[in-house]
Write a protein that binds this ligand. Structure first.
Ligand SMILES: O=C(O)CCC(=O)C(=O)O
Ligand SMILES: [Fe+2]
Length: 378
């Protein structure tokens, strides 16, 4: 799928394609600088925001958290949240499920729901089927990615609100694109997914209200756009490397968990196991290991929101390299708005001095273009 099949494109699909290609050009330019710009490093921090006060009935309390979110989104593009209200029990249950499915179930059984059977890349994704940086398909010396994953998306049955019955897939189709392992192979799989997904979906809607406040918009601004939102999530497994290597800016890594990329949607809610591995590209093009914060989720701005905010909010390049002798698990949740929603640059991010840089775009089409570029050509 890395090269698009011959087909006709609507004007919004063409825009989505061009935007996807532009993101690759940008990524290549950032990676080409890697390690060079080190004489006077800009301070780079991933702040920790305790969002407990954002659940207060006082608008002033909620605005106080929104100010902190604004600061993080205009600088590092990454922050930790604590005080989020998702129980440790549910967080550990989904990480344990990632292990039970990706590590323990034999490959032959997982192959039955291989992502090649899904035009939305749902199901079981073996390590070598995708490069998250599509440029790595062409690169001669690209290290293979070691991650193995299971991908699923929104369906009304996973939404604690029950949804509004209007969910459309990435390409606008009225279908449920998910593929699930059998209950026999992984007992309790769907129930655990549903419990976790319901929690992070609720958290994402809550966060998006805070994002609205942080952008000087009415708190409910995004509400009508997240009644049947896109929300792809993944169980990820990074095996323990046999010969783990320390981070060395002068040396290219021979083994990489997940290549350099920025995320596609509005923002990501990332749950990691205790093993480190996430590395963030600083404005000086240095790889900075993300610190672990107990009980936190990592939140990062993704490309669609960067575009929607006219570049005001930063979508930051990151990657995963397992440099330990432990296996690593993570569960990212990529929150989008309703995939059938068309958006124009947010009114609070344009002015006479700073006109919109981007034409209108449809949420699902953009994400689909980005996803397609990652998969092996078959
Ligand atoms: O596994 C992680 O910690 C990060 C995963 C990630 O960046 C992604 O799936 O986009
Ligand atoms: Fe990512």
């Amino acid at each position: 799928m890395a090269t698009a099949a011959v087909m006709s494109y609507s004007s919004t699909q063409t825009e989505a394609r061009q935007a996807s290609q532009a993101s690759q050009v940008y990524l290549n330019s950032r990676l080409a600088n890697g390690g060079l710009n080190r004489s006077n490093p800009t301070p780079f921090t991933v702040p920790e925001i305790n969002i407990a006060a954002s659940f207060s009935s006082s608008l002033e309390d909620r605005k106080g958290i929104a100010v902190q979110i604004h600061e993080a989104c205009t600088t590092s593009g990454f922050f930790h949240i604590t005080g989020h209200g998702v129980s440790e029990e549910i967080r550990q249950a989904i990480l344990a499920l990632a292990k039970r499915y990706l590590k323990d179930v034999p490959r032959s059984k997982k192959e039955a729901i291989h992502v090649r059977n899904s035009k939305y890349l749902r199901g079981y994704e073996p390590a070598d089927y995708t490069y998250v940086n599509p440029g790595d398909w062409e690169a001669e010396d690209a290290a293979p990615e070691t991650k193995e994953g299971f991908n699923w998306g929104y369906e009304a049955g996973l939404d604690p609100t029950g949804g509004d019955g209007q969910y459309r897939e990435l390409d606008g189709e009225d279908v449920n694109g998910n593929l699930w392992p059998s209950e026999e192979d992984v007992p309790g799989f769907y129930e655990i997914i549903k419990a976790y997904y319901g929690e992070v979906l609720g958290l994402a809607r809550h966060l998006f209200r805070l994002f609205a406040l942080s952008l000087d918009l009415p708190e409910e601004y995004f509400d009508p756009m997240m009644t049947h939102p896109g929300g792809i999530a993944r169980l990820l497994y990074y095996p323990a490397p046999s010969n783990p290597q320390p981070l060395d800016p002068k040396q290219k890594d021979k083994e990489i968990g997940l290549g350099a990329h920025s995320d596609y949607e509005c923002f990501t809610i990332l749950l990691c196991s205790t093993a480190p591995g996430l590395e963030i590209l600083s404005p000086d093009d240095q790889w900075i290991p993300a610190p672990a914060v107990k009980g936190s989720f990592i939140i990062n701005v993704a490309d669609f929101l960067m575009r929607w905010t006219n570049g005001v909010y930063k979508s930051t390049v990151h990657r995963v390299v397992n440099r330990t002798r432990d296996e690593r698990y993570s569960v990212p949740f990529f929150f989008s708005i309703n995939y059938d929603q068309m958006v124009e640059t947010l009114p609070s991010c344009v002015s006479a001095d700073n006109p919109s840089k981007y034409p209108p775009i449809k949420a699902g089409e953009y994400v689909l273009e980005r996803l397609r570029a990652t998969a092996r050509d078959e």
